[in-house]
Design a protein around this ligand. Structure first.
Ligand SMILES: [Fe+2]
Length: 384
């Protein structure tokens, strides 16, 4: 039996004990009643898990009536047809070719199993990517939002370019890819079942994370963030993929440190960057977030310069464009000039606030970045 059990999938969304239960369930379906399962120690060694994990898996199967433990003898197949989540998942697998997979409530109502069993059956299908849990979740909407924003931005960029560039430039390629992505998502959302991994944009993770931490807690900041990201997409079209994704990801995440949940030092570029680093986000993006919009001046003022130095401040157009986007989008996402934005920040915080002081101290650096970014954009638009 061990040979048929396979190994754990480290990428599965099911916890190890449920993966083991699922594999045992598959194996015992073809085993005659009375078949003895390998011992807990053997199974633990086979899967490389603790005995406790195997015991949890066996307990789930025993709860569904599929196996029974006999004191001092072992665990045996009962031969009963179960009505647990794995059996239900089997039924759903067979049904998926002909119909939609319902949600847990509907499934429970239809089949008479407890809602928790239905939910656990759907978890199995989700883990196997036979149905996507994202389809009915906020995640799908947010990815769609993100993709639509990007398509709009890319369309806007296209409309600004001469025809020859429109036909041959990488913008066209990006727009096509984005439109296909949106179409995939829209199709997936309207159909409750998909067979392929969920399509997503390269910055869906950044978007989802920013939305999770900002949209409800700080709705205005979220509006600002969305507009900064869209602006970044508009401006970054001539970057190669690496720079494009770095800028757009950083744009989505640059203000995530404002989230009350993440505020540890209260200095948002540092809190955001540390959070991203801890979550395993790209070092480059975390560093761009740490240093965005002359953060170092502010760090100097409040005595956090050493902490900020945990992150490298990369020079170049990606950094400058991020700063430009942030400093030309207002607090509600409205477009502003750099001067208007600086005046607005000073007015919002007042003359005595340290942010205003830091802004004044960092003004030459900010202005220089904006100037370089503006020159860079002009060069891309008209290389002559
Ligand atoms: Fe910002």
């Amino acid at each position: 039996m061990l040979d048929d059990l396979g190994r754990l999938d480290p990428n599965s969304s099911l916890p190890p004990y449920r993966q083991i239960a699922l594999r045992l369930h598959t194996a015992i379906r073809s085993a005659p009643p009375g078949t003895k399962l390998p011992s807990g120690a053997v199974l633990a060694a086979h899967f490389g898990v603790a005995r406790m994990t195997v015991q949890s898996a066996i307990a789930e199967l025993a709860g569904d009536g599929l196996v029974v433990g006999r004191q001092g003898q072992g665990v045996f197949v009962t031969g009963r047809t179960g009505a647990g989540s794995f059996d239900l998942a089997d039924v759903l697998r067979r049904a998926r070719a002909t119909g939609a997979v319902p949600d847990a409530d509907e499934l429970a109502a239809r089949t008479g199993v407890p809602t928790d069993t239905a939910r656990r059956a759907l978890d199995v299908l989700h883990a196997e990517r036979l149905a996507s849990p994202r389809l009915t979740s906020e995640v799908a909407e947010s990815v769609l939002d993100s993709a639509l924003s990007a398509v709009r931005a890319a369309g806007h960029v296209l409309s600004l370019l001469p025809r020859t560039q429109r036909e041959t430039g990488r913008c066209t390629v990006q727009l096509d890819a984005l439109q296909r992505g949106v179409q995939d998502i829209a199709t997936a959302m309207s159909a409750p079942l998909i067979d392929s991994p969920f399509p997503s944009s390269p910055y869906a993770w950044a978007h989802d994370l920013a939305r999770e931490y900002l949209a409800d807690a700080l709705p205005q900041r979220w509006e600002h963030t969305k507009a900064v990201a869209v602006h970044a997409v508009e401006l970054a079209h001539s970057f190669d993929d690496q720079d494009f994704h770095a800028l757009v990801n950083a744009a989505w995440l640059h203000d995530i440190g404002y989230s009350p949940e993440l505020a540890t030092t209260g200095f948002h570029p540092l809190d955001g960057a540390r959070f991203l680093r801890d979550r395993g986000f790209d070092d480059r993006v975390a560093a761009l977030v740490a240093h965005h919009s002359a953060a170092r001046s502010e760090a100097d003022q409040i005595g956090l310069a050493d902490e900020l130095a945990e992150f490298d401040d990369e020079p170049g157009p990606v950094r400058d464009l991020l700063w430009l986007c942030d400093m030309t989008v207002g607090p509600q996402g409205q477009a502003m000039t750099f001067d208007e934005r600086m005046t607005e920040v000073a007015a919002r915080y007042g003359p005595d606030h340290y942010v205003t002081g830091a802004m004044t101290a960092g003004m030459p650096e900010r202005a220089a970045a904006v100037e370089r970014a503006t020159a860079w954009i002009a060069e891309q638009t008209d290389p002559t």
